[in-house]
Design a protein around this ligand. Structure first.
Ligand code: IPE
Ligand code: IPE
Ligand code: MG
Length: 257
């Protein structure tokens, strides 16, 4: 078998605990085939299912999928409608499998802007899966990181104004806890497909120490094999969190008896 087709080897003990994915390239995928952009989104939803299954099988604890940004509300109305319909369809089709695989679904973003029918479906799915424990699937939908940070600032400022919070007590943990991601751990690995090397308003606060993987593949073409490749690459990186190599080596050295 040629090397490029070989399955990347993954160390199950060093999996990223939280993977975030910026699923980009659906429109280009369709346009290149002479199809409507919305057909690209439909093809993209199949890739979502594959990647969710693979993460669950591997034992990844948290998976955040960036499905629709706060800025995507500026797209043509027909595309927004098609995307929302697709989301509703996804919820109906995947409901049973999500339950069977013990996946908890949470939502990140501004639900108020989401059309009421889909909003209800999403809220029902979140409620129904609340007690599932094997993996958390966070859907970032109507999500913008700057908007999320501002919302948190307003929330905390409100408590300060009411005399319920001392500004000196606002630390990183307190701030993080008020974001949509709440108690979720920060992402270890962020993957962006579609060839662009930018963040586009995704998890700005939470990704302070994330490792990035940029793929040229358009989202509908992104396979489980590509995901394994990204994880393998992640496992070859050295995360220092501001420390020196010596400090990291020392920390990882087995305890002396
Ligand atoms: C990503 O694909 C999905 C969403 C942003 C909703 P795009 O729709 O951005 O696809 P391209 O980047 O135009 O190819
Ligand atoms: C990022 O893709 C948002 C999602 C994948 C949901 P965009 O296509 O909106 O990003 P830009 O416009 O190329 O930065
Ligand atoms: Mg795009």
């Amino acid at each position: 078998m040629p090397a490029r087709n070989r399955k990347p080897s993954i160390d199950p003990n060093r999996l990223p605990r939280h993977i975030g994915i910026i699923m980009d390239g659906n429109g280009r995928w369709a346009t290149r085939r002479g199809m409507d952009r919305n057909q690209g989104h439909r093809a993209g939803s199949k890739a979502v299912r594959k990647v969710v299954r693979t993460c669950r099988r591997l034992g990844v604890s948290y998976l955040t999928m960036f499905a629709f940004s706060a800025q995507n509300w500026g797209r043509p109305e027909s595309e927004i409608r098609a995307l929302m319909e697709l989301l509703g369809e996804f919820i109906v089709k995947e409901w049973q499998e999500i339950m069977d695989r013990d996946i908890r679904v949470v939502h990140l973003g501004d639900l108020k802007k989401v059309p009421v029918a889909v909003r209800r479906q999403l809220q029902e799915l979140v409620a129904a899966t609340r007690k599932n424990r094997s993996m958390t699937l966070a859907l970032a939908l109507s999500y913008g990181a700057r908007e999320e940070i501002l919302r948190t600032v307003r929330l905390l400022a409100g408590r300060v104004a009411k005399g319920k919070l001392n500004p000196a007590d606002i630390d990183i943990d307190k701030f993080s806890g008020q974001l949509y991601t709440g108690k979720m751990p920060d992402p270890d690995l962020i993957i962006r497909t579609g060839g662009e090397t930018r963040i586009s308003n995704f998890l700005l606060w939470q990704s302070a120490y994330a490792e990035y993987h940029f793929s040229e593949k358009l989202w509908p073409d992104f396979s489980s094999q590509d995901l394994l490749g990204a994880i393998a690459e992640y496992q070859n990186r050295r995360r220092r969190f501001g420390l020196t190599d010596e400090q990291i080596d020392h920390r990882q050295a087995p305890e002396e008896s």
